[in-house]
Design a protein around this ligand. Structure first.
Ligand code: GP9
Ligand code: MN
Length: 431
């Protein structure tokens, strides 16, 4: 009921982190282009196989003066995988403890999501692009609830047997064909493009990726580097297009990895490539593998590699602040990663968590600097970690209550109009 909503509101408002003056409004009025890097983990960046970089383009982009990237940024998804990542980035609330929020609540819930906020407060037109079936993860309904103006699903893309991936079309083709829709969007626009080539089982032809075989015993692991390399090349082509078309000058581009591509069972096969012994691999190492890229590029952006610990739930306030949009009145569980008030406490969906110094898995504390179990903790540190655990539990609990009980029905921020999903019709295409 509305009393529960008030409780949540008092929590999120006390948890609000105010913007960083250096970055607030740095991208005001720019187009926002978000590229969803399917199953893309942070460890791929900078990695070499047989002397060849897996991601030469992203490596060069991270070094660019106008790129801000985060190297302690974690995925926080649960069983809803891609859809959980999308939910966190669009709404700054967590996915559910089981199942996919998009699938179970996406059709009927009230949201305060990126597309509606950008459209209503700053006049953005909004479009999301995915090369596969529109109903997967209930996207066709959920995107309406989030307030998107357009959803270009697989129906809007050319498909032939040699173009398809399991969930869409090949990234190079997907990004290239998406440009024709981008060009027709009224500016400023918010556009999210979802890639699919880099999805398990990572099948790719030699023609599409000549990347060397990593030579592990696990073919899936070897193929993961090949499809990641292909995605990297697709991004390079897309940036070339953005620059040639002139769109680059009016846009801020953000890329993120949604979740791991290699499961914990597979990590042991990767260990030697990361300079570790398979036999020393622990749950601590599995948790560290949950880092995914968060890369933001814009002409004139103050760049650098930022080491702040954060996660997917923190992206929305970060982006809105970059675009010069006040977030104070929205219900957000994340905090601007650039804020000096950002708490460096990253909650996983199963209540494990990571701080700057410690990783806590099933109550077991590991020291981040050594990876070893921390057994001689001071009473003070133990008390602080207990408080952190309580905070993690509370965030997840309140987010679940908000979403499960559809409580945003009871709270409409000043100047915001709840989305009427019934009035949105994705079959009316751009002409
Ligand atoms: C790809 C998607 C598959 O966009 O539909 O999702 P995943 O299996 O990663 O959740
Ligand atoms: Mn995914």
């Amino acid at each position: 009921d509305s009393a529960s909503m008030d409780k949540i509101l008092s929590y999120t408002q006390s948890h609000y982190a105010s913007p960083n003056a250096t970055y607030y409004g740095a991208a005001k009025g720019k187009n926002l282009i978000v590229i969803h890097l399917e199953s893309f983990q942070q460890f791929l960046l900078g990695m070499k196989i047989d002397g060849q970089e897996v991601t030469p383009f992203l490596n060069s982009l991270v070094k660019d003066d106008n790129t801000l990237s985060f190297d302690n940024f974690f995925n926080q998804v649960g069983q809803g995988k891609t859809s959980d990542a999308e939910n966190m980035l669009e709404t700054s609330t967590f996915g559910l403890s089981t199942g996919s929020l998009f699938a179970t609540l996406g059709t009927d819930n009230t949201f305060q999501a990126a597309p509606a906020i950008l459209n209503q407060t700053a006049g953005y037109s909004t479009a999301v692009m995915h090369g596969g079936s529109g109903s997967f993860w209930n996207r066709d309904n959920t995107y309406k609830s989030l307030g998107y103006n357009y959803f270009f699903s697989g129906d809007y893309y050319y498909h032939s047997a040699d173009m398809n991936t399991q969930y869409g079309i090949k990234d190079k083709l997907m990004l290239a064909e998406s440009t024709k829709y981008l060009e027709h969007l009224q500016q400023p626009f918010y556009s999210k493009i979802i890639t699919t080539s880099n999805h398990i089982p990572y099948t790719i032809t030699d023609e599409d990726s000549d990347f060397p075989d990593a030579g592990t015993d696990d073919t899936t692991v070897n193929n993961y580097f090949k499809t990641a390399h292909y995605l990297d090349a697709a991004l390079k082509e897309f940036f070339t297009y953005l620059k040639k078309s002139g769109l680059y000058d009016n846009s801020i581009i953000m890329m993120y990895g949604d979740h791991y591509g290699l499961s914990n069972e597979r990590n042991k096969a990767v260990a030697p490539l990361l300079g570790k012994n398979t036999s020393d691999w622990t749950s601590f190492d599995d948790a560290q593998m949950q880092r995914v890229p968060l890369i933001i590029n814009m002409k004139g952006l103050k760049g650098g590699v930022n080491h702040t610990y954060g996660g997917e739930v923190d992206v929305l306030p970060t982006l809105l602040h970059l675009l010069g949009i006040d977030t104070k009145s929205y219900v957000e569980f994340g905090q601007d990663l650039l804020s000096t008030q950002h708490q460096q406490l990253v909650a996983f969906r199963d209540r494990d968590f990571v701080t700057q110094r410690y990783t806590v898995i099933n109550g077991q504390v590991y020291d981040n600097s050594t990876g070893a179990v921390a057994d001689n903790l001071s009473a003070e540190t133990t008390a602080r970690l207990n408080r952190d655990q309580k905070k993690v539990n509370k965030e997840l609990r309140l987010s679940d209550r908000l979403n499960q009980q559809n409580l945003l029905r009871f709270y409409t921020p000043a100047g915001f109009t709840p989305v009427n999903s019934k009035s949105i019709d994705f079959t009316t295409s751009l002409q």
